[in-house]
Design a protein around this ligand. Structure first.
Ligand code: DX5
Ligand code: ZN
Length: 222
């Protein structure tokens, strides 16, 4: 298991009137990835943005773009996100009729592949595809909105995921998304998460983006 902490701010919580500046501020403040929440108003009761957002982001940063597809038909959208230059694409296990093929298609497009699990979806649902995964995303709460409370029982699920990956001999990174703040990050880290998505805690920090990122980073004493 890696010992470094990866921070992936979610731009869903950004101020869209100055998105470019906000993205540049994330890179300057030491973010590692840019997390992009794609919602179709069907798999989740919210709408966000499509592949057009990638060139907008890439004009302002060279950080890897981490795409989180919360859509009912990911196969229809994956080609456009691959063409847009996403470095990583994560699909929800609950949306894939052919999970094996969908993960293969992401890797065949030269991109890292991730699988996301809603709070109710068991770790074992990845049993037959673990060798196709670069990343597993454990939702910290129900997907679809930023600013929701962390579900404390997800720390136990992250720990089960860490054991599951270890038994499978997998080096996939465990990412946690939803409710990550300075108060909740350490529990997820101790459970085995190494990549942390955070939206409202970073963009909503009264001290600004850099302060939001530092407040999260300093939760882990190496
Ligand atoms: C919604 C998204 C999350 C969300 C995180 O489910 O997948 O990435 O934007 O926002 P916070 O950190 O505010 O919970
Ligand atoms: Zn997300």
């Amino acid at each position: 298991m890696s010992s470094s902490l990866i921070l992936a701010p979610s731009i869903l919580s950004a101020n869209f009137s100055c998105l470019g500046e906000q993205i540049e501020a994330l890179e300057q403040a030491g973010a590692d990835w840019i997390h992009v929440d794609v919602m179709d108003g069907h798999f989740v009761p919210n709408l966000s943005f499509g592949p057009f957002i990638l060139p907008v982001i890439k004009k302002h940063t060279r950080l890897p773009v981490d795409v989180h597809l919360m859509v009912s038909n990911p196969d229809a959208l994956i080609p456009a996100f691959l063409a847009g230059g996403a470095e990583q694409i994560t699909i929800h296990v609950e949306t894939c009729l052919h999970l094996y093929r969908t993960l293969q298609s992401i890797r065949a497009g030269g991109c890292k592949a991730g699988a996301a699990l809603n709070p109710a979806t068991p770790v074992e649902s990845l049993q037959e595809v673990v060798h196709l995964l670069d990343l597993v995303l454990v939702l910290g709460n129900n997907p679809g909105f930023s600013g929701q409370r962390w579900l404390p029982e997800m720390a136990g699920k992250i720990n089960r995921m860490a054991q599951f990956l270890e038994r499978a001999g997998s080096s996939a990174i465990i990412q946690v998304d939803g409710g990550i703040t300075a108060e909740t990050l350490n529990d997820a880290w101790l459970a085995g998460a190494r990549a942390f998505v955070s939206g409202s805690a970073i963009f909503g920090d009264p001290g600004g983006i850099a302060n939001g990122i530092q407040s999260l980073r300093k939760q882990i004493v190496f």
